[in-house]
Write a protein that binds this ligand. Sequence first.
Ligand SMILES: C[S@@+](CC[C@H](N)C(=O)[O-])C[C@H]1O[C@@H](n2cnc3c(N)ncnc32)[C@H](O)[C@@H]1O
Length: 228
Amino acid sequence: MPYSQAFGDHFYSQADGRLECDHVFLAGNNLPQRWQTAKTFRIGELGFGTGLNLCETWRQWKLLRTADSHLDVVSFELFPMQGQELERALAHWPQIEAERTALVAAWPEAPAGRVHFVLDAQTTLTVVCGPALQGVETAQQEFDAWFLDGFSPAKNPEMWSPELMRAVFEKTVPGGTFSTYAAAGFVRRNLIAAGFVVERAPGFAGKREMLRGLRPAADLIESSAVPA
Ligand SMILES: C[S@@+](CC[C@H](N)C(=O)[O-])C[C@H]1O[C@@H](n2cnc3c(N)ncnc32)[C@H](O)[C@@H]1O
């Protein structure tokens, strides 16, 4: 069970991180349904960590994607782990053995800058090493869905700051979504202030709440600004 001494927190739910990913990030962003009609789909992630979300997302994408569709995952990570650390963490789940083996085999010895992986003919991954705020602000693309997965807001407040939530909003397509296991009041307020429509949803494994939300379509924002 990987644990960060620096942040004093676990990398994912102690109940089952893979099932948490399914509940919070995949179902939370409605991805199985959205993938049925997507031609190109972009996911942004704050915090690559062990790559568990990537492996579970890739596994489900392979089962659900349509012909000729393409998934790009871009993950922002300040402290990239070593390949053997990824291997040790991910070996817990036989369900993602194929994805773990491929990721670890391609993982560089000293990840730095932008590390790009062609995972298969319909899937790419880019890990942007460095502070998430800088990475998101300078990202060249907009995203259909975000996985907000910093350490707990109390222990890792810069991953939930007003500036970073604004940058995430700016890099979300109209109609795009986010989800997170976090439910802290200041996170919710920062997301609303950034422009997202935010709702509370039942959390994973007995957690009362998590947050999910939407960047409203541009015409909705504009029409609400037109005086009656
Ligand atoms: C909860 S873990 C992410 C778990 C991960 N998604 C997984 O599937 O294993 C949070 C991650 O955020 C990273 N992190 C913390 N502060 C950061 C920052 N300011 N910028 C970028 N990454 C940061 C940590 O190094 C850690 O890997």
